[in-house]
Design a protein around this ligand. Structure first.
Ligand code: NAP
Length: 314
C-alpha cells in the first residue's frame, strides 16, 4: 500500500519527541507533525532543573531543541505543520494538515494541553520571569519568597500547599467568594498558616519590568484596586487539552482529556495517547517523555499483530 506511514505522531513536546526516538529506533519510520507552534509548554519556560541528564539548569527551549534534534537524528521525519483533521474511523487512519493528507497504520496523539492564561500582556511578558504555571517545576526557585496563586480549583489548592513548604507566604487570589476545589484540598489549604486568601479579587496587572515585583488586584464587587508586593505569581486556573480535532472519535473525559486504558490505549485500536493530552495528574516533562516511550512501544507491538503485518507487506 503506497503513501501509508507506519506511525504518525501528533505533537512536539517531550511525549511526541520521545515517541519519535523510540519509533525511529524500532524501524517504524515515524512521521511527526510538530505543529506551527512547536515544542510545547517548555518553550515558555526558562530554567529547567528537574529533567534528568542535565547537571546544570537548561533553558526550556534549549531542552526542546535537543529533543527535536535527537528525534531527527535517529530518523524521525519532522513536519512543521498543524494537524487540522483526522479520520480515525477509517483504516488506515487519515491525518490532514492544510497542505497534505497522509494515511497511518498507527497514531500517537501527543498534542499536549495549554495552561489557561489570565489574558494580560504583562502576564506573558513576565512568563518565566516570575510568572509560572507549574509549582513543581518552578517552586524551588522561589524559596523564602512571597508568592501568589491565582485560581480556586483543585490545581490552585495543590499548587498553594506545595509552594507553602518553600515560600515565606502564599496568597491565593480567587475571583469569587467561594472555592471550587474539593473539600479535602480546601481544608488542607485553609489549615496552612502560610496560606492566606483574597476572595472576590481579579488580577488586573502583573507588576515589574524585568521580573515580577507584584500584582494589581481589583475587587470585583467594589472595583477598588490594590497593589500587593510579590516575587512570583503562579497561574493555576486550569488547562485545556488539545483534543478538539479528536472529539467524537476518541473518548474524552468531562474536561476534554483523552481516556486511556493500559497507560496509552485509546478506545480505537492502533491509536495511542501520551503526555499531558491524557495526563492531568503529573504534567511533568519527564512523565510526558516516559509516556511517549510507552506509546511507541505499544504502537510497535500493535504493528506486529498478524493483521498489521499483512497490511505492511501488501
Ligand atoms: P478548574 O476546576 O476548572 O478550576 C479553575 C479555577 O480557576 C476556578 O476556580 C475558576 O474560577 C478559576 N478561573 C478560571 N478562569 C479564570 C480566569 N480567567 N481568571 C481567574 N480565575 C479563573 O481547573 P483545575 O483546578 O485545573 O482542575 C481541573 C480538573 O482536574 C478538575 O476536575 C479537578 O477536580 C481535577 N484535578 C484534581 C486534582 C486532585 O484530585 N488532586 C488535582 C488537580 C486537578 P471559578 O471557580 O470562578 O470558575
Amino acid at each position: 500500500m503506497d503513501n501509508v506511514s507506519k506511525v504518525v505522531i501528533i505533537g512536539s513536546g517531550p511525549a511526541g519527541y520521545t515517541a519519535g526516538v523510540y519509533c525511529a529506533r524500532a524501524g517504524l519510520e515515524p512521521v511527526l507533525y510538530m505543529g506551527t507552534k512547536y515544542g510545547g509548554q517548555l518553550m515558555l519556560t526558562s530554567d529547567v532543573e528537574n529533567y534528568p541528564g542535565f547537571k546544570d539548569a537548561i533553558q526550556g527551549p534549549d531542552l526542546m531543541e535537543q529533543m527535536r534534534a535527537q528525534a531527527e537524528r535517529v530518523g524521525t521525519t519532522l513536519i512543521q505543520d498543524d494537524v487540522t483533521e483526522v479520520d480515525l474511523r477509517t483504516y488506515p487512519f487519515v491525518i490532514k494538515t492544510p497542505s497534505e493528507e497522509r494515511r497511518a497504520l498507527s497514531v500517537i496523539v501527543a498534542s499536549g494541553a495549554n495552561p489557561r492564561r489570565l489574558g494580560l500582556p504583562s502576564e506573558m511578558r513576565l512568563m518565566g520571569r516570575g510568572v509560572s504555571n507549574c509549582a513543581v517545576c518552578d517552586g524551588f526557585f522561589f524559596r523564602g519568597k512571597k508568592l501568589a496563586v491565582v485560581g480556586g480549583g483543585d490545581t490552585a489548592m495543590e499548587e498553594a500547599t506545595y509552594l507553602s513548604k518553600l515560600a515565606s507566604s502564599v496568597t491565593v487570589i480567587h475571583r469569587r467568594d467561594a472555592l471550587r476545589a474539593s473539600n479535602i484540598l480546601q481544608k488542607e489549604a485553609f489549615a496552612d498558616p502560610k496560606i492566606r486568601f483574597l476572595f472576590d479579587s481579579a488580577v488586573t496587572e502583573v507588576l515589574g519590568e524585568k521580573k515580577v515585583e507584584g500584582v494589581r488586584i481589583t475587587n470585583v464587587k467594589t472595583g477598588d484596586p490594590t497593589d500587593i508586593q510579590l516575587d512570583g505569581l503562579f497561574v493555576a486556573i486550569g488547562y485545556d487539552p488539545n483534543t478538539e480535532i479528536f472529539r467524537g472519535q476518541l473518548d474524552l473525559d468531562k474536561n476534554g482529556y483523552i481516556i486511556v486504558k493500559n497507560e496509552t490505549e485509546t478506545n480505537i485500536p492502533g491509536v495511542f495517547a501520551a503526555g499531558d493530552v491524557r495526563d492531568f495528574r503529573y504534567r511533568q516533562a519527564v512523565t510526558a517523555a516516559a509516556d511517549g516511550c510507552k506509546a511507541a512501544l505499544d504502537a510497535d507491538r500493535f504493528l506486529k499483530e498478524p493483521h498489521q503485518l499483512n497490511l505492511l507487506q501488501a
